[in-house]
Design a protein. Structure first.
Length: 313
């Protein structure tokens, strides 16, 4: 009986030892699996493996410690990940804020630069306008001074020209008057004296003009009279109304264009040119004496250059 009891005890001990060995093997297997999962940061799988180890009832303390460590590792990892995410988010926020601030600063700088450029352009435009106004004012003042000086010089030149023309005109008129007087004197000298005829009873009979003259004397007398008339016509002054009427009659009498008429009076030759253009007439005269040549337009003295230019066909 004692042997049987001893054997039963031995069997029971062997069985208990075998079960314990089995539990240990399972426990260690689950613990290793949990450690592998924990190393791989598969925390939930590690906790599950450690719970399997705990279910073996081999070493609850070790299993619970492994579970606690796995859960803590999970919590730490989650905290680390969250911290990294928060840090990343904070960094992104900072970057975004900085980018927004930089963009705002850039926009403000560009706006400020634009405003400064516009202000500078407005200032330069205003200064340019003021400079142009001053320049225009100076040019106007200079132009007015120049115009005043030119007007003064022109007035002086016109006055001198008019005075010279009047002096020349007066000299020509005096010369023409002298010439007419000389012609009249010469005519008087050339006129034959008429002998008074005595009527019967002793009374004197006057000779009629022209009678008793030779043909040559008559021709000379007619030439002298024609010359005197021509000179008188040259010396005659027409009023403005008379001149307009005279030129109007010429325009009716002569054709369009240039008409030339030559007249010779003793030692004087007159070339008369009638120019009609658009039914408006002008009378030009070229008077040739032995001592000089004179030119006239509508009764007024003109220089040769105007005569030549305006009577050219």
């Amino acid at each position: 009986k004692a042997e049987a009891e001893a054997k039963a005890k031995a069997d029971a001990d062997a069985k208990a030892a075998a079960e314990l060995a089995k539990k240990k093997a399972e426990f260690e297997k689950f613990i290793k699996a949990g450690d592998d999962k924990l190393a791989a940061k598969k925390y939930d799988d590690a906790v599950s493996a450690y719970n399997n180890a705990l279910s073996t009832k081999y070493d609850d303390g070790a299993a619970n410690l492994k579970i606690a460590n796995a859960q803590k590792a999970k919590t730490d990892e989650e905290a680390r990940i969250k911290a990294e995410a928060d840090a990343k988010a904070s960094l992104e926020a900072l970057k975004k804020a900085k980018a927004e601030a930089d963009a705002k600063a850039k926009i403000e700088a560009e706006e400020r630069a634009r405003e400064e450029a516009e202000a500078r352009a407005a200032r330069e435009a205003r200064e340019k306008i003021l400079a142009e106004v001053e320049a225009a004012k100076k040019l106007k003042d200079d132009a007015m001074k120049k115009a005043a000086e030119e007007a003064r010089l022109k007035a002086e030149a016109d006055a001198k020209k008019q005075a010279d023309a009047e002096a020349a005109k007066k000299a020509k008129e005096e010369q023409l008057a002298k010439m007419l007087a000389e012609a009249e004197a010469a005519k008087a000298k050339q006129k034959p004296k008429e002998e008074p005829k005595t009527k019967t009873g002793g009374s004197i009979q006057k000779t009629e003009p022209g009678k008793g003259l030779t043909e040559e004397q008559k021709a000379q007398k007619e030439a002298d009279e024609a010359e005197a008339k021509a000179k008188a016509d040259l010396a005659k002054k027409m009023t403005e109304a008379e001149r307009e009427l005279f030129l109007s009659e010429l325009a009716k009498k002569y054709p369009e264009g240039v008409t030339v008429e030559d007249q010779v009076f003793g030692k004087m030759k007159i070339t008369r040119v009638i120019v009609v253009k658009n039914k408006k007439a002008h009378e030009y005269k070229k008077i040739v004496f032995t001592y000089g040549t004179y030119f006239k337009k509508d009764g007024n003295d003109i220089p040769k250059v105007i005569y030549d230019a305006e009577t050219r066909k």
